[in-house]
Design a protein around this ligand. Structure first.
Ligand code: SAH
Length: 324
């Protein structure tokens, strides 16, 4: 098993990430005037928003999606996870780099490049960014029916996303690829931001901690907030169990998917996951460390194809696609 740990540019976003500099609020307000009502002035005199206010975060996201990704409609129920856009974009840019590696250094673009997003959420955030940045087509999966419906509405209401993204319902929450990937279907990458807490209580505590770090406490009140519906954030056994299961299932689809990947939020889970990957005889394993300010997360990537077969796959599938 070839193991390779690479690090993102220290403490900054990926070089192609459009959110590499501070938010330009004047620009964002010019594109999306509703944002103005949520802006505040920091003690240093800078314009900002109150990141503990879910409506403010949602409105900021709408302005970012409109300004940088030409998305006009992005509505989701207040209880759903409202994803930070810059970090989500980073995952997309790093997988573009990995696809380029076996494709003579060029990023394959266009909708013949097919990506599977496990647990796409109501926000449909990875397919939106991936399609708007690189033209890739996406299949998202969801166990939560209302979330799937919301994601589908977002896709249908944005002409540029229609026909490029679809969402499939996973009817068994213990399954990942099974019942989703068709018999002769191929994917160039599978991606996932897994439910990472191991219980509802831990998910609630995590959200409380987040609010506390933002200087807000929510004592005595039920925590229903920008962190998302708590059942979006947990599964029995936490991310370790979820990803372990994903790795075992990936064995059955090893010749249909070039790369499998997932975010890993807890560093201490990596060791156990590497040993599962070794056990199933993954051929290539990469860990991409992403640092954004004080937050560190990792993308764990694996393939059952060696370098030669990765090149052949790219020749077969990307030679007709646009490259950049
Ligand atoms: N991708 C979104 C949402 C991540 S939250 C984002 O990054 O913001 C994790 C999502 O996975 C939730 O929406 C949850 O409903 C979904 N989920 C949990 N188990 C799943 C499974 N087995 N298959 C598909 N989706 C699942």
């Amino acid at each position: 098993m070839k193991k390779d740990i690479s690090s993102g540019t220290a403490k900054t976003l990926h070089p192609r990430n459009q959110h590499n500099s501070r938010y330009d609020f004047d620009f964002l307000i010019s594109v999306y005037p509703e944002l103005e009502a949520y802006t505040t002035t920091t003690p240093f005199g800078d314009t900002s928003i109150d990141f503990a206010n879910p409506d403010a975060v949602r409105t900021l996201n709408k302005s970012l999606l409109k300004a940088y990704y030409a998305i006009d409609y992005w509505e989701l129920p207040k209880t759903n996870l409202c994803p930070p856009i810059p970090g989500r974009a980073d995952y997309i840019h790093y997988i573009a780099d990995i696809l380029a590696e076996s494709n003579s250094g060029k990023i394959p673009t266009g909708n013949t490049v097919r990506i599977l997003d496990i647990g796409t959420g109501a926000s449909c955030i990875y397919p939106i960014i991936g399609h708007q940045e690189y033209g890739w087509s996406f299949i998202g999966t969801e166990v939560d029916k209302p979330a799937k419906n919301t994601a589908e509405t977002i896709v249908l209401k944005n002409p540029s996303l229609k026909n490029e993204i679809s969402v499939r319902l996973q009817t068994n929450k213990r399954q990942v690829f099974k019942n989703i990937i068709g018999q002769s279907e191929q994917f160039d990458f599978t991606i996932c931001n897994p439910p990472f807490h191991d219980s509802r209580e831990a998910a609630t505590k995590g959200t409380e901690r987040k609010l506390k770090n933002l200087g807000k406490t929510n004592a005595g009140k039920p925590v229903l907030n920008f962190g998302g519906q708590n059942n979006e954030l947990w599964c029995e056994g936490g991310e370790r169990a979820f990803i372990t299961n994903m790795i075992y299932e990936s064995v059955h689809f090893q010749s249909q998917c070039l790369w499998f990947s997932t975010l890993v939020s807890k560093n201490e889970n990596l060791k156990a996951l590497y040993s599962v990957l070794k056990k199933v005889k993954a051929v290539t394993v990469k860990t991409v460390v992403m640092e954004q300010g004080n937050k560190v997360s990792r993308i764990l990537v694996w393939s059952f194809q060696d370098e030669n077969r990765q090149k052949n796959w790219s020749n077969d599938r990307f030679s007709g696609s646009k490259q950049r």
